[in-house]
Design a protein around this ligand. Structure first.
Ligand SMILES: NC(=O)c1ccc[n+]([C@@H]2O[C@H](COP(=O)([O-])OP(=O)(O)OC[C@H]3O[C@@H](n4cnc5c(N)ncnc54)[C@H](O)[C@@H]3O)[C@@H](O)[C@H]2O)c1
Length: 319
């Protein structure tokens, strides 16, 4: 990862496992000081454990992120890193604030936050309970807000910084994860709002939609062809946190990274419009709409049969 993040301070939520852990290690390998946040919970969000975040800090302090910094040391040498653990729940305002406060008290600034923490509670919409909806939305969407809120106030004063949210291809919709899809769609709108609202302060905000082998992806029914490793995702995050991405004026974007593939998602925009004389009535719309503005076919609807069959077979990528 070279010295892409030399001198920067980066906080990563959900950094104890999976993609977040790879991001924390890669940031340290690229020269950043890292706040490692993880509540240490199960996939469903239960049984918190503080050791999960501490273990990653120990890896960084021991220089075990060397594998992530092959280019930095000319062939995988060890570089002892600087990191600090915080085992808070980022779905609370106090938890998000503590992640940022720790960066400030320990390192004096915050240059980047990466909100990776997430949980899953899969259920068909017609069976989904409040206990399955609220914590999923709170962890993903509110958990991105709490950290963005605290960090952006500091970045505004600093005159710069980078906010990174984690979404999913599932923001397009899903058969049995309406809670997760709704939260992931919300994160994209939150990131775009941050990009707009903080532009004049030199702060950028972008979103990553990863596909990588982790315990979580092992539980998501999905197409198996395009999946990569957490390290691929980490490389993209390091780039987005770096001056190189700032020079390229990258903000308000959503990128998918899936093994060898990297893709940018379209900005939402009106696709087709038509105008009528006078005011609208339901009859007028019924006569007019199908032949004029029509529809925009939903790509996932075309794949519904295959997706439903995969879910029924419990096809899962290997973690
Ligand atoms: N793996 C994929 O292919 C994939 C696909 C699409 C989106 N994503 C997204 O990428 C992110 C990382 O996923 P992963 O596959 O590495 O999952 P993971 O389950 O391996 O790791 C998630 C981590 O978040 C932590 N966490 C959960 N709730 C928390 C909270 N309230 N506060 C702090 N930490 C908390 C967990 O303890 C865990 O260590 C998630 O946001 C996920 O939705 C992953």
């Amino acid at each position: 990862m070279g010295n892409f993040l030399a001198g920067k301070v980066v906080a990563v939520t959900g950094a104890g496992r999976g993609i977040g852990r790879a991001v924390a290690l890669a940031c340290a390998a690229a020269g950043a000081k890292v706040v490692v946040n993880d509540y240490g919970v199960s996939i469903e969000g239960a049984e918190p454990a503080s050791e999960v975040a501490e273990a990653v800090v120990k890896e960084i302090e021991a220089g075990n992120h060397g594998a992530h910094s092959a280019s930095a040391e000319g062939g995988g040498g060890r570089r002892v890193g600087d990191a600090v653990a915080v085992a808070d729940d980022i779905s609370t305002m106090a938890g998000g604030q503590r992640v940022v406060d720790l960066a400030l008290s320990r390192y004096g600034r915050i240059d980047g936050v990466v909100c990776v923490a997430g949980i899953l509670r899969e259920r068909m919409l017609f069976n989904m309970s409040e206990e399955e909806w609220d914590p999923v939305v709170a962890t993903h969407l509110k958990g991105t807000f709490t950290v963005f809120r605290a960090a952006s106030a500091v970045m505004r004063r600093q005159g710069g910084g980078t906010l990174i949210g984690f979404t999913s291809g599932n923001h397009q919709g899903s058969v049995s994860q309406a809670n997760y899809s709704a939260a992931k769609g919300g994160i994209i709108s939150l990131v775009r709002s941050a990009a707009l609202g903080l532009h004049k302060y030199g702060v950028t905000a972008n979103c990553v939609a990863p596909v990588a082998r982790t315990r979580m992806s092992a539980n998501v029914p999905m197409e198996l062809q395009e999946i990569g490793e957490p390290d691929d995702v980490a490389a993209l995050v390091v780039y987005l946190l770096s001056e190189r991405a700032k020079e390229a004026k990258i903000t308000g974007q959503v990128y998918t990274i899936a093994g060898p593939k990297i893709a940018v998602w379209a900005q939402p925009r009106e696709l087709r419009s038509a105008y009528a004389e006078g005011s609208w009535t339901p009859e007028k719309i019924a006569d007019f709409l199908p032949g004029s503005v029509g529809t925009d076919p939903m790509p996932l609807l075309a794949q519904l049969e295959a997706m439903t069959a995969a879910a029924a077979r419990k096809d899962r990528p290997n973690a």
